[in-house]
Design a protein around this ligand. Structure first.
Ligand SMILES: Cc1ncc(COP(=O)(O)O)c(C=O)c1O
Length: 490
């Protein structure tokens, strides 16, 4: 710890912080951002990790690539009066409490291993071998990895499909009720909302059903962290009765890559200490202060007037783009329809005659435009808080040229398949299969065998096949990247 701050009275430290905040003309208080300012402006002689010691021990080219400030600020918790993550103390604790207040949770954890670590910890901390957990099949593979770690038994809930677009739709509360009636021993329901492509489920209705059956509800809202900050966007799960909610702030909330939050709701039936213990066991013991600080900054930004404006712009741009793109002959945009509602900032579209993968590569190679992702059917575009309308104009222009141009699809790309969207045939739990004796065989010989590996291509990390599931003919088209597969020994 730096002596200068060890000696500093907490009150003095706080007044230093408020001074900086008024200078920034921000209404919001940012303990971690300010602690890092203080750290930067009051360097100590350090004899601790990271060994590059504020950038003195790194390749010059790397230093000039990322800048001396980034290296100077690359530190972990424990040191220099920045606080600790587990247990949470000091500025880190303060920043987490402010985030908890901003999101309306009982407790919020900052994480530097993405939402992946949040899902792993929820599974590890809250479920036990044999527990029956109802999970939406469109869950991220980290939920499944959590099941392998804990030994819980997933019972798959198939969301509705949007067949013409080859994507998963919403989870139907009526279907969920039926599933819980048939599986009254379910202790937990885990749904992903919104879907990667922005389809929104009715979480209030889902929560009501869960709680009626005495099952807790986790909502993986990895792609929905902006919802808390806009009345125009869908209602956030923390306000809809979920017991725990996962947010990838780094995806759309403006924090740095890998930084996420895990929230326990005010009405949660979970023991927050169980979750904290699981996080302690799974999370890195050297969290990046840069990432943690970016969470503090993102929370403050999203709560500020500037943040509100940025979200409004993202919404305006999305609506503008949706309208303009829909006017282009040959372009079809997935818009809200009866019974399907969307987070409008996530825009899925296709161009007639081109696979999504082909469209993605044309945009990249001929127009230097990078989109979020592509499937066989279409492409996903995000209208972010960091995008401008001018950027959308560039994209509209490119789509006009492509739709009216002479871009043939390429037949080899037709082999690319995204997700089968079929109900899995489960033979045993993922954990049982994962730890059983395996062999690696040619994919063509794998039909009728039990899969022993997780096949979930990223993005979006949704499973095609999981350990313990029967491999069928229908899976083969979706395994174009595989020549061999791990299966259980007969
Ligand atoms: C729904 C969902 N949950 C969790 C994750 C994992 O998030 P992260 O990349 O922050 O670890 C993803 C990643 O794409 C996701 O789509």
């Amino acid at each position: 710890m730096c002596i200068i701050f060890m000696q500093m009275e907490k009150q003095n430290f706080k007044s230093l912080i408020s001074f900086k905040n008024t200078q920034n003309s921000s209404e919001t208080y940012t303990p971690l951002v300010n602690a890092m300012f203080a750290y930067k402006n009051n360097p100590c002689t350090g004899f601790h990790i990271p060994g590059h010691n504020r950038g003195q021990g790194v390749l010059k080219e790397f230093s000039s690539l990322i800048g001396s400030d980034a290296l100077n600020l690359d530190t972990t918790d424990e040191f220099d009066n920045l606080g600790t993550l587990f247990p949470s103390t000091g500025a880190i604790d303060e920043a987490q409490r402010l985030a908890s207040a901003a999101f309306g949770s009982k407790r919020t954890f900052f994480l530097t291993g993405g939402s992946t670590i949040a899902n792993l910890a929820l599974a590890f901390g809250l479920t036990r071998p044999g527990d029956k957990i109802v999970i939406g099949r469109n869950c991220h593979r980290s939920v499944l990895s959590g099941m392998i770690i804990s030994g819980a038994n997933p019972h798959w809930l198939m969301p509705k499909k949007l067949d013409n677009w080859a994507i998963y739709g919403a989870v139907n509360p009526v279907e969920l009720r039926k599933t819980l009636e048939e599986n009254p021993d379910t202790s937990l329901v885990w749904v992903t909302n919104p879907t990667y492509e922005g389809v929104v489920s009715d979480i209030e209705a889902i929560a009501r059903v869960c709680h009626e059956f005495d099952a807790a509800l986790i909502v993986d809202e990895a792609h929905g962290c902006l919802w808390n900050f806009s009345d125009v966007l869908p209602k956030p799960a923390l306000k809809c009765g979920a017991d725990a909610v996962v947010h990838s702030l780094h995806k759309t909330g403006g924090s740095m890559t890998q930084s996420s939050m895990l929230h326990i709701s005010k009405t949660s039936r979970f023991d927050e200490h169980k979750i904290e213990h699981a996080l302690k066991l799974l999370h890195t013991t050297s969290p990046s202060l840069l990432l943690l600080t970016s969470l503090d900054a993102a929370r403050a930004f999203l709560s500020s007037n500037d943040g509100a404006l940025a979200i409004e712009n993202a919404l305006d741009n999305a609506l503008y783009f949706r309208e303009e793109a829909s006017k282009i002959a040959g372009v079809r945009v997935l818009n809200s329809m009866s019974n399907v509602s969307f987070d409008v900032t996530k825009i899925f579209l296709k161009v007639e005659g081109l696979s999504g993968k082909r469209l993605e590569s044309i945009l990249e190679l001929d127009f230097s435009i990078e989109i979020e992702s592509a499937s066989d059917e279409g492409i996903l575009i995000l209208s972010n808080i960091g995008n401008t309308q001018e950027e959308f104009d560039v994209l509209i222009d490119a789509l006009k040229k492509i739709a009216s141009g002479n871009y043939p699809d390429l037949s080899y790309l037709e082999e690319v398949k995204f997700m089968p969207l079929t109900a899995p045939k489960v033979v045993m739990t993922p954990r049982e299969a994962y730890f059983s004796k395996k062999e690696r065989i040619k994919k063509e010989d794998a039909i009728g065998r039990v899969c022993a590996e997780v096949i979930a291509l990223c993005p979006p990390g949704i499973s095609v096949l999981l350990p313990g599931e029967l491999i069928g003919e229908e899976h083969l088209p979706y395994l174009s990247d595989f020549s061999e597969i791990d299966v259980l020994v007969k």
